[in-house]
Design a protein around this ligand. Structure first.
Ligand SMILES: CC(C)(COP(=O)(O)OP(=O)(O)OC[C@H]1O[C@@H](n2cnc3c(N)ncnc32)[C@H](O)[C@@H]1OP(=O)(O)O)[C@@H](O)C(=O)NCCC(=O)NCCS
Length: 172
C-alpha cells in the first residue's frame, strides 16, 4: 500500500527527537462476504493481504507519523482458512525498525460468530519505508522494546531483515 494522502491534505513529515516510541497493536475487525471467497467458501489470500497491508500501514503511520509505502511483503503463512460469515480480526504492530524502514508483524484471527471460537489463521511480516514530503526515504524513530513479547517480535524482525538483505545482495 502507498499510504500517501494527496498533496493538499498531506502534512509535512514530522521530525522526531530520536526518543524510542512504542508501537501498540492496531486492530481492525471485518467479516468475510461471499464476493471475497473462493469456491471452497473461504477467504481469498489476496483479500487477506489487502487487509494486512492497510492495517500494517496504519501501524507504521501511527508509529512514524510520516507517509509510508510498502517496500516488500515478507513471508506470510496462511495456517488456517477463514470461512464466509466468520469474523476476521487483523492485528499489526511495528516489530523492528531500521534507519528508514519498519518491519511489521501481522496476525489474522478467525472467529466463529456463534461459538466465539478463535484461531490464528494468518501470520507474517510486511516491510514499509517512511517517506518525507518529497517522497524520499526518511529516518524513523527507534522502537521502544520492553516486554518479552516485544523482544521476541524484534528478534523475528531481525531475521526478516537479514533475509531481505540476503535477497538484495548482488548475485555473484
Ligand atoms: C521502497 C522505496 C521507497 C525504497 O527506495 P530506495 O531509494 O531504494 O531507498 P533506499 O535504498 O534508500 O533504502 C531505504 C530503505 O528501504 C529498504 N528497501 C529498499 N528497497 C527494498 C526492497 N526491495 N525490499 C525491502 N526493503 C527495501 C532499505 O533496506 C532501506 O531500509 P533502512 O533505511 O532501514 O536500512 C522505493 O523502492 C519505492 O518507492 N518503491 C515503490 C513503493 C510502492 O509503490 N509500494 C506500493 C506497492 S503496491
Amino acid at each position: 500500500m502507498t499510504n500517501a494522502p494527496n498533496r493538499r491534505s498531506a502534512p509535512p513529515a514530522t521530525s522526531h527527537d530520536g526518543a524510542p516510541r512504542p508501537s501498540p497493536w492496531v486492530t481492525s475487525v471485518d467479516t468475510v462476504f461471499p464476493h471475497h471467497a473462493n469456491p471452497l467458501g473461504t477467504i481469498f489470500g489476496g483479500r487477506v493481504l489487502e487487509l494486512l497491508d492497510v492495517n500494517s500501514a496504519i501501524a507504521c503511520f501511527r508509529f512514524a507519523r510520516t507517509q509510508v509505502v510498502t517496500a516488500s511483503t515478507e513471508p506470510v503463512d496462511f495456517r488456517n482458512p477463514v470461512y464466509v460469515g466468520e469474523i476476521l480480526e487483523v492485528a499489526s504492530r511495528v516489530a523492528w525498525t531500521g534507519r528508514t524502514s519498519m518491519i511489521v508483524r501481522c496476525e489474522v484471527t478467525g472467529e466463529n460468530p456463534y461459538t466465539g471460537e478463535r484461531r490464528l489463521c494468518t501470520m507474517g511480516h510486511l516491510n514499509f519505508v517512511a517517506l518525507d514530503a518529497d517522497g524520499r526515504p526518511t529516518p524513523v524513530p527507534p522502537l521502544l522494546v520492553e516486554s518479552d513479547e516485544e523482544r521476541a517480535h524484534w528478534a523475528e524482525g531481525e531475521r526478516v531483515r537479514a533475509a531481505i538483505l540476503r535477497r538484495r545482495e548482488p548475485a555473484g
